[in-house]
Design a protein around this ligand. Structure first.
Ligand code: TRP
Ligand code: ZN
Length: 883
């Protein structure tokens, strides 16, 4: 990386493809180190007379036949492409290459995992399989022939339908798959190996039977039931909610242990990280079960939003990802609790996306440039992208949104399109102008929405003045279209009828007791009439836009909203704001060396919530859980790590002490063992509340036995892990034996063993850093398995505030050294692990310097990948070219 400066790709440089591929036949002769790929393409020129340039990396080129003639001598080959000089307008090209799946530790292209073969092509991995137009706007018909050793590869899979198979001599066999749908190469997949499968079927709304198959290693056959149920639910849901029906006769999912991300939506043949397939009550937690349901849904939903309608170029990634995340969020909301799901998504957005959007890697949901596309599969593109799709939904309503979706598929089925095409479909289907929405796609950063209100008793009017701005973007800020869902509440806690004045009526949607203010200007005032007494505004209900809300609520208003508002997001949020206020006060006390305090407002609100037996247990547990350390840190320009950590811990402990009896009562009421594990929202909610109470109680040394008992009850993994987590944070003498017990029990199940690594990497134990240094030397640790790497290194950097941010800087140095090693094996995963360093400018001077040195150390590595280079150089402000 040091020798050449990397190429930056810009959206503004987009050019339509110069060639079309009518069809492609891929013939694989599988071998661990010498897999031969014969790629036969029928090509048609669409442009004038440019040379043919195909992308290809790490390929051993054997031959190139142009209309049957060997032309390898006339080709120009470099590290990233193959150029063929030809003026022909229609021709057949046959390219033979050799690749080594065994040596592929980057897990991109064709690689080996647990002795099996699998592929990962998105975003630009197909070029590591063969020379091709590796771009999403070149769609073609794929036929795939796989030849392999029978003993090692009983199963041979690819996209579409199996059209032929048979034996070749005694110990080899083959299979031919044909995909009837045109697709870009990033959706190509091949899987081969000794896998077993669980089968089921789904009858579509059109009464067609679809064969459902989940392929896993034999020992995992008993862990597929939940994934299969999730798949059937997803299929049914997409038919009911969006009228979208599956389009092939077979749907296959393969679970592999070595995978860079969560899962991949390859046409008819999804490849999954086994973490998002395998589950049994004693091995998987509620969070795992929910994750499986959501990711199975997500990949299934991609069949329409991503595959049937795909992206023109990678700058449009949010077209398929933002939309598909929105769809999976809605799916989860319908399967479980909508209120809990919404709050969890907001928490995730604030703790992960807001910091990204405020840091050196900030980019709009449609990035304008990139060095390595894999670095742009971000929470911004995915989660903020989903929030932007939700804005359309809020603005158009469920019926209007559905009309827009229908028009989108009607217009663009089989095409590779842009975010503008999506917006036009939404607008045209509803006869509205949505052009202002464009600013959400091209402007990075989280906007602030500042609200002020004015009640006039004489005229009985209530004014809501809204002002939007973006930190740091004063000159060129383009006002966003922000839908602000509101209600007005009387002092008795009742919702008021909303009657806008004449001017405001045109800018307000909805009627009755809830309305949406359509903010389109930088500053706008909305006025409501016939308000007989000063109301309390309930703002940004359901978190109707991804903004920072600023409104000066008094503690008593927040308490009232927290206990009575009809919108569960606002109820939760009001308590969070109260807690944040209390935390800020205590952070300041800590900094000044003063005594920390538990305010009466906090006590009152906390007790009200704990006492509220009518509220949903899931909501109570979310509410009593204080904002996490990352989100608290985000409130400060300069983060005082020690003060944040100690104030957070002190306040939690103070609440535990003050409410010990109440927490214990709730804990005991919910800790009824005996029943079999059920994946059901009520059961999940009560486990969640029980374990939220346990987390508080375990801060009190006298309650340690609760956690230990819950651990040894071995009821289900949700409860076992919650208990072990609290034990792992403690310094109790039994900590080591509990962790050892878990290890002995689960050392042969890699997904469960990941949890054991995670608990220790996240631990608040005073020697957590030394423990993590030992963990990377553990016989079960390896840099070649992404899940294991994330469990230790990812968790350490992201979660372990005390260890990573050690004053002496050893935490930084340790992680930097690990990243340099990892980068040599797997750049994509290494680049993700760098993330915690990117916020270096937010810390105190001493830490800033040490983090800067660690980043500089990484940048100096002689073998740096462009993945890590891009993140590190942008963080250091050295890249002239920011996303
Ligand atoms: N498209 C996949 C999804 O969102 C994610 C993905 C992108 C991915 N690149 C990847 C998965 C690389 C694994 C490896 O569902
Ligand atoms: Zn996706």
């Amino acid at each position: 990386m040091t020798s050449e400066s990397p190429i930056v790709h810009y959206l503004k440089d987009y050019q339509a493809p110069q060639f079309e591929i009518r069809s492609v036949l891929l013939e694989f002769d599988l071998h661990p180190t010498k897999t031969q790929v014969i790629n036969t393409m029928q090509i048609q020129r669409v442009s004038t007379n440019e040379d043919l340039v195909l992308a290809g990396e790490e390929l051993e080129l054997v031959s190139v036949l142009l209309n049957g003639q060997e032309v390898i001598e006339q080709c120009v080959v470099d590290a990233e492409s193959l150029t063929i000089m030809t003026g022909l307008s229609e021709f057949e090209l046959i390219i033979k290459t050799i690749i080594s799946p065994e040596k592929n530790t980057a897990l991109e292209g064709l690689y080996r995992t647990s002795g099996n073969y699998c592929t990962q092509c998105e975003a630009e991995g197909f070029r590591k399989i063969t020379y091709f137009f590796d771009r999403p706007d070149v769609l073609t018909l794929f036929t795939t022939k796989i030849v392999a050793d029978k003993a090692d590869n009983a199963v041979l899979l690819s996209n579409g339908n199996l059209i032929e198979s048979g034996d070749i001599d005694g110990n080899r066999h083959y299979a031919v798959w044909q995909d009837p749908y045109k697709k870009p190469c990033y959706l190509f997949a091949l899987v081969a190996g000794n896998l077993e499968c669980v089968e089921d079927q789904f009858i579509t709304a059109e009464k067609r039977s679809v064969a459902l198959k989940i392929y896993v290693e034999e020992r995992n056959l008993d862990k597929c039931e939940h994934a299969m149920e999730s798949l059937k639910k997803s299929m049914l849901w997409d038919e009911a909610r969006f009228g979208l029906i599956y389009d092939l006769d077979i749907y296959m999912i393969v679970a592999v242990d070595d995978f860079n991300m969560g899962a991949m939506e390859n046409k008819g043949l999804n490849v999954f990280n086994s973490k998002f397939v395998l589950a049994k009550p004693d091995t998987a937690t509620d969070v795992d079960y929910e994750g499986i349901e959501a990711v199975i849904g997500h990949e299934y939903f991609h069949n329409w939003t991503g595959n049937r309608v795909t992206c023109r170029d990678w700058f449009q990634l949010t077209l398929k990802e933002g939309l598909t995340v929105f769809r999976d969020q809605e799916f989860t909301a319908d399967m479980l609790s909508p209120a809990v799901k919404r709050i969890e998504d907001v928490k995730r957005l604030r703790s992960n996306q807001f910091p990204e959007d405020a840091g050196p890697m900030a980019h709009p949901i449609q990035p304008q440039s990139y060095i390595e596309m894999n670095n742009f599969y971000t929470v911004t593109v995915y989660e903020k992208g989903a929030e932007v799709v939700r804005l359309y939904h809020t603005l158009l309503g469920e019926v209007g949104f559905r009309k827009g979706m229908d028009l989108y598929f009607l217009r663009h089925d089989g095409q590779a399109v842009t975010v503008v095409d999506f917006r036009n479909a939404m607008a045209d289907a509803n006869g509205v102008d949505l052009s202002q929405m464009h600013a959400w796609y091209v402007q990075a950063g989280t906007p602030t929405l500042k609200v002020e209100t004015l009640y006039d008793a004489l005229s009985q009017t209530f004014q809501i003045k809204c002002h939007q701005y973006l930190e740091g973007a004063i000159e060129d800020f383009k006002p966003l279209l922000i839908p602000i869902k509101i209600a007005l509440i009387s002092e008795q806690g009742e919702l008021l009828e909303l009657i806008p004045d004449v001017d405001s009526a045109t800018k307000i949607m909805g009627e009755g007791k809830e309305a949406v203010l359509r903010l389109t200007q930088q500053t706008e005032t909305f006025t409501f009439t016939s308000i007989v007494a000063k109301p309390i505004p309930s703002l940004l209900r359901g978190f109707s836009a991804p903004v920072h809300l600023e409104y000066d609520y008094s503690d008593s208003e927040l308490s009232l909203l927290a206990s009575t508002d009809s919108d569960s997001f606002v109820r939760w949020e009001s308590f969070q704001v109260l807690a944040l206020k209390a935390l800020k006060v205590n952070i300041e006390c800590y900094e000044k060396g003063q005594k920390l305090v538990l305010s009466s407002a906090m006590k009152q609100a906390f007790s009200g919530i704990l006492q509220d037996h009518s509220a949903d247990a899931g909501l109570i547990s979310l509410t009593i859980t204080l904002p996490d350390i990352t989100y608290i840190g985000e409130q400060f320009e300069e983060i005082n790590v020690d003060a944040v950590y100690h104030a957070h811990k002190w306040l939690r402990t103070a609440l535990a002490e003050h409410f010990e009896a109440d927490l214990l009562a709730v804990y005991k009421r919910l800790n009824q063992s005996g029943g079999a594990y059920r994946y059901h929202k009520d059961d999940i909610a009560s486990r969640k509340l029980k374990n939220a109470c346990l987390r508080y109680l375990m801060l009190l040394p006298q309650q340690f036995v609760l956690g230990k008992e819950q651990y040894y009850q071995q009821e289900n993994m949700t409860d076992v892990l919650a208990a072990l987590e609290t034990i792992s944070h403690s310094s109790h003498a039994d900590r080591v034996s509990c962790l050892e017990h878990f290890y002995q029990h689960w050392k042969n199940d890699s997904l469960v063993l990941d949890k054991w690594f995670t608990l220790q990497a996240a631990s608040h134990h005073i020697h957590a850093f030394e423990h993590v240094q030992e963990l990377v030397k553990h016989a079960d640790f390896t840099l070649t398995n992404p899940n294991r790497v994330r469990s230790v290194l990812g968790v350490f950097g992201r979660v372990n505030v005390l260890g990573f941010h050690r004053k002496d800087g050893l935490g930084y140095q340790f992680l930097a050294e690990q990243i340099i090693q990892l980068d040599k094996l797997n750049p994509q995963v290494a680049a993700r692990i760098v993330a915690p360093f990117t916020h270096w400018q937010r810390y105190d001077e001493s830490r800033r310097k040490k983090m800067h040195s660690a980043l500089t150390l990484i940048l100096a590595s002689s073998t740096l990948s462009k993945d890590v280079y891009e993140i590190v150089s942008k963080s250091l402000g050295q890249s002239a070219l920011q996303g």
